[in-house]
Design a protein around this ligand. Structure first.
Ligand code: SF4
Length: 414
């Protein structure tokens, strides 16, 4: 089930081959140090980080295994969105507002939180400015002594990435780090596998809502698992139970929809108003083009390998319409739409309001739609987006896809 992903041996080999032989003395001493710094007990820092789909299941484990105390914010809700929007610049990206809202929810409940973990970026979009903006906003609100740990894609420099991560692994041996990464990674892979399975099961489930319920149970059980065997056990049993939810629904005529768009919005159900679940209940099987483990594997773990040709197929497919990187997932949204046009009935394109890469993607979509004869529904999200309006548009879109199916079945060519 977990084959095809990085094993612990892969990670160890990568660390040894790519980094360890060249690591300088100071770095080796740091990563091999066995003692936790005096006076901190077992907990190095009281930390938090914002939700992004099920990524917390692995990230929380990694941080806790490295000795940190992790305070998770509540799941993203309208309160999170309203709180973040209240203190953010109006034209800021929607994910910036939501992640700020998550930080504020934690800091209001736990003012003794010492550090926040955030992702950074290297352009050309605004992701690289997120944490600076949030840092300033939180400082203005009185949270000016927070330590910011910013993880950025290594862009080929694996050693630099390890340097950046040093602050998170104080007092840990290399073995501690590898075992923390391995357990966290397995949890994320297991969750992604179950999410993929849920995409297939949900439109066929006999009892409405049972797939989502099982997925939530799986997330909490996998999060609680303390070793690899337990993760695998929960994963296997949940996968089996999920298949059992189909029953007589196997023969249902479902429409297939590819989900493309900006990564945060695509992964976080609280941000996209649970669009995947809504489509599943309307009888649509989702093919999501971004999963968190795929992104981490391609952009972090394998980014330093010269033969890593991540996303080349999408870039190639996007070329006639958009032949260069525009930041975020803009080029991937176009490439994925072209690549999957023959496999799905339609495409839902998710974009945060003011997202530059997705605006570029949206501007070339009409050509892709024309060339591949594929319906694309673009949904733009911000703090004013209402679920009722989104559901109406989704229902109309699914209806359109069903009618096209009927038309194609009865056309002379078919
Ligand atoms: S991809 Fe879009 S939403 Fe995400 S940081 Fe860049 S501009 Fe903002």
């Amino acid at each position: 089930m977990l084959q095809g992903y990085l094993s612990a041996a892969d990670i160890i080999a990568a660390l040894q081959i790519m980094c360890w032989p060249d690591a300088d003395r100071e770095m080796k001493q740091h990563f091999c140090a066995a003692a936790i710094p005096e006076g901190r007990g077992q907990s190095l820092m009281k930390m938090t980080f914002p939700h992004m789909g099920t990524a917390h299941v692995g990230v929380k484990t990694i941080l806790e295994q490295l000795g940190h105390e992790v305070v998770m914010p509540p799941r993203v809700s309208s309160e999170t969105v309203n709180l973040g929007a209240k203190y953010s610049p109006e034209t800021a990206c929607f994910p910036l507002k939501i992640t700020l809202g998550n930080f504020l929810q934690v800091l209001q409940e736990h003012p003794d939180t010492e550090a926040v973990l955030m992702v950074g970026g290297a352009g050309p979009c605004r992701l690289g400015y997120y944490f600076r903006t949030q840092q300033d906003i939180l400082a203005d609100l009185g949270y000016d002594d927070l330590e910011w740990v910013v993880i950025e894609p290594p862009q080929g420099n694996f050693r630099e990435m390890l340097e950046r991560l040093k602050g998170l692994a104080k007092g840990c041996s290399l073995l501690d780090i590898i075992s923390a990464l391995r357990l966290g990674w397995r949890k994320m892979v297991a969750m992604d596998e179950l999410i993929r399975a849920a995409h297939r099961v949900r439109p066929r489930e006999v009892r409405r809502g049972s797939t989502s319920h099982l997925l939530r149970t799986a997330a909490s059980e996998i999060e609680a698992a303390s070793e690899l065997g337990a993760v695998e056990e929960v994963h296997q049993s949940m996968h089996k139970r999920m298949q059992g939810l189909i029953g007589k629904g196997e023969s249902r005529d479902v429409v297939r929809i590819a989900m493309v768009g900006e990564i945060y919005l695509t992964l976080e159900p609280g941000a996209n108003l649970h669009v995947e679940e809504a489509l599943g209940h309307m009888g649509a099987e989702i093919q999501r083009t971004i999963m968190i483990t795929d992104w981490v594997r391609d952009n972090v773990l394998l980014d330093f390998l010269p033969w890593n040709n991540r996303g080349e197929d999408k870039k190639e497919a996007a070329k006639p319409y958009l032949n260069h990187f525009v930041g975020g997932e803009g080029q991937d949204s176009v490439g994925s739409t072209a690549l999957l046009a023959d496999e799905v009935d339609g495409v839902v394109h998710l974009m945060p309001f003011t997202c530059m890469p997705e605006i570029v993607a949206q501007s070339v979509m009409p050509e892709v739609i024309h060339d591949f004869d594929i319906p694309v529904l673009t949904l733009v999200f911000d703090e004013h987006t209402a679920r009722a309006g989104m559901l109406t548009r989704l229902e109309a879109f699914v209806d359109l896809l069903r009618r096209r199916r009927v038309r194609d079945r009865h056309s002379p060519a078919s």
